[in-house]
Every structure is written in C-alpha cells, then in structure tokens.
Design a protein around this ligand. Sequence first.
Ligand code: NAD
Length: 274
Amino acid sequence: MPSTSTQPTPILTGQRALVTGANSGIGKAVAQALAAAGAAVAINYVASEKDARQVVEEIQANGGTAMALNADVSMEEQVREMFASMISAWGSIDILVNNAGLQRDAAFQEMTLDQWNKVLSVNLTGQFLCAREAAREFIRRGVVPELSAAAGKIICMSSVHQAIPWARHANYAASKGGVMMLMQTMAQELAQYHIRANSIAPGAIKTPINQSAWQTPEAERELLKLIPYNRVGETTDIARAAVWLASDQSDYMTGATLFIDGGMMLYPGFRTGG
Ligand code: NAD
C-alpha cells in the first residue's frame, strides 16, 4: 500500500553533516532540512552563538541530532579544530555544506583592499579550507555502503553571480566565480575517491544578507523585475535541493551547479522580445 505520510523520507539517516554559517538564513534552513532527512547536523557559526544554539534546540526538539561549532571559516586553525571536534564527537563526516558568506559592497573605484580581502577570504578561501578538511576525512574513511554510495558530498553555496556580473559587488561576484571553478576542479579531482562536489546557485532568497532588496513593497517590486517566476525565493527552496544533492538520489551528479533562481538567469530583460 502506498505511504500517505507527509513526513519527509529519512534519506540521510546515519549521515553526519556540517553546515557553515548555519545560524542564519539559507544555512539555517539547510541544516533543519538535513536534520529532518535524518542527518546529524553540526551548526557552524562565527557570530551569534545564541542563534546557533537555538537552531540546535529546534532540531533536537524535532527529534534530530545537532551541535553548535564555533569557527571563522577563513581561519585555517579554527577550521581544523572545528573538523577535529566534529570527528571526535560523531566519528566522521559525510556531508559538507559550504554556505558561509558575506558582502562588503562598494563602487569599484572606491572598493578598499579590506573589503576585497574580507569577501574573498570568507566566500572563497573559507570554502577551500572547509572542503580540504572534509576531503581529507572522506579519503581517509572511504565509502561506507550502508550510509551512502559516495565517500562524501560537498555542496558549495554559490550564487547566480558566478555567472552574472554585478556592479558595485566586484569582490562578491569574483568570489562566486571562484567558487564555481573551485567546485568543478574538486569534482574532477576527487571523483576518483567517490567524492561528489556540486553547487547551488541561488537567485534572490529572502535572508538578512539582502534585506534591503525586499524589505519594502517598492524594493520588492524592483527586484521582481529580475525574476520571471515573479516571487522572491524562500530559504526552503534552497534547503530542499541541498537535501537532494546530499543524498544518493543525486549519486551520478558531480561538478554541476543547480540554479535556483525563479528564472533570474534567463535574461529577464528579453521577456517582451528585447
Ligand atoms: P546570511 O547573512 O543570513 O547568512 C550568512 C551566514 O554566514 C551567517 O550565519 C554568517 O554569520 C555566516 N558567516 C559570515 N562570515 C563567516 C565566517 N567567517 N565564518 C563562518 N560563518 C560566517 O545570508 P544568506 O543569504 O543565508 O547567505 C548564505 C549563502 O548564500 C552565502 O554564501 C551567500 O553568498 C549565498 N547566497 C545568498 C543569496 C540570497 O539571496 N540570500 C543569493 C545567492 C547566494
């Protein structure tokens, strides 16, 4: 008899995930969705321990397993210690979601080196440092067939701005273009170890990072001109895809970017014939 349950299938049971920047926005929703799918989830945060603890408590209240881990993803030692803590607590890691990111916007001619370096160090170097630690553990441990067909899964949070140039955001667009090549190179190089790497490239999703773009009805109307599907994205739109990418349901996919953007990549300016 077909199941009539509305509960998500626990397709990640027994797996252990680390989500960076999981105390807020997309990372928080991804962590909650991975936990609902049966994974134990480590909630990385750099600021606001209170928010991280709240995510942990929410997951635990729903019967899941979670812990909070503090680390600045751009700092090598802190990243090493974070992975060591997770592996010592849970034995290993199966899923890394490289989500932490930020913006420091400025007109190109006014952008400071600090603004440039900050964005590149968190958005790109942070993804490298975390993925390298995860890959080391995936390679050491290898495939555990009872858990997953892959030795490990790396999901990089990119952006439509890995492909769409963005005025006043040269640092951010460059970091996400870098994430695209980092992810593809990891996918190519690590496939021999049965490690999969893929990206999610969100369009405009309602989170604190872009509040000014949807906070008022006027701002939201302006933003919708860029979105053929005519709604601003929700964090759950991204979280559902992350669960699928982390699971064996996407086992033959590596090196791919899923654009989840309501059609933002479809040259909306040409909607009426150009
Ligand atoms: P957010 O500001 O809610 O979340 C970003 C998270 O990253 C926060 O938890 C923040 O504390 C964390 N973070 C920042 N610096 C860090 C560091 N050094 N170490 C560890 N954590 C750090 O914003 P969000 O929209 O949820 O962003 C999540 C990811 O999604 C980012 O990589 C962002 O570039 C990407 N993204 C977001 C959108 C969108 O429309 N919201 C679109 C495309 C891509």
